[in-house]
Write a protein that binds this ligand. Structure first.
Ligand SMILES: [Zn+2]
Length: 235
């Protein structure tokens, strides 16, 4: 599960490489994957791709990549029958003859429900860490990325968001991460500017790649002006 969370610098470095050799801009769907609800047995068909690419992709400071030609299936799915949430990778049930473009993406309020359900079921460890991260990205999707009209987060939503950020930071294993820019960024988004500053100060600036320096400076500038909003990376 940990592999699902690609860290900021890793995902960017990879995508820059992919983009530099993008010639093929087609997206070809494969046979749909069948997932089965572990609670009521209802099946649903999800998209698979034979080929896709990162053409026209956007990268955001909370590690979100939006690639129109490389959409991905939500790691947590909602059952269309009983409404319960389950992990996609644990409930695969073969391949359909059809193709599907359904990624089963959850809205922010569904992610909140999913979090509550998993919490009540006693989910913990890496899986809970990942859920917290997805709630964080979904909050940013809803309030800052996808909304047509600008909706301000309520006090309650911001509090949940901050709890998810801190919960994620505290339970994620940062040891293998060379330059934890994402950690600094998430502290900033949760308004923990002191912690954000400490993380930035622990990163040896001169060792960073150029694109990392640019992200570092963007985070620092926003931290200094007490801005806690997610931002699109200029890559
Ligand atoms: Zn169900």
């Amino acid at each position: 599960m940990k592999k699902i969370i690609l860290l900021l610098t890793v995902i960017l470095a990879m995508s820059l490489t992919i983009n530099s050799k993008t010639e093929n801009t087609t997206m070809i769907p494969g046979n749909a994957e069948i997932v089965k609800c572990p609670y009521c047995g209802t099946e649903k068909e999800l998209m698979t791709l034979i080929s896709g690419n990162t053409f026209d992709a956007e990268y955001w400071s909370d590690n979100k990549r939006i690639a129109p030609m490389l959409p991905h299936v939500s790691p947590v799915q909602k059952c269309p029958n009983c409404g319960k949430y389950f992990f996609e990778h644990k409930n695969r049930h073969g391949e359909s003859k059809n193709t599907s473009f359904d990624c089963g993406e959850l809205t922010f309020s569904e992610w909140k429900e999913a979090y509550k359900q998993f919490q009540a079921e006693g989910l913990d460890g890496d899986e809970m860490t990942n859920i917290q991260f997805w709630v964080v990205q979904s909050y940013n999707d809803y309030f800052y990325r996808n909304s047509i009209i600008s909706v301000k987060p309520s006090e309650e939503d911001y509090q949940l968001f901050s709890e998810m950020v801190v919960g994620f930071i505290e339970s994620f294993d940062w040891k293998p991460v060379k330059h934890p820019l994402l950690k600094a960024e998430l502290y900033r988004e949760a308004n923990c500017m002191k912690e954000c500053k400490e993380v930035l100060e622990s990163i040896p600036y001169d060792d960073l790649e150029d694109f990392e320096k640019s992200i570092f400076n963007d985070i620092k500038r926003r931290m200094e002006s007490n801005d806690n909003i997610v931002f699109k990376l200029s890559v």
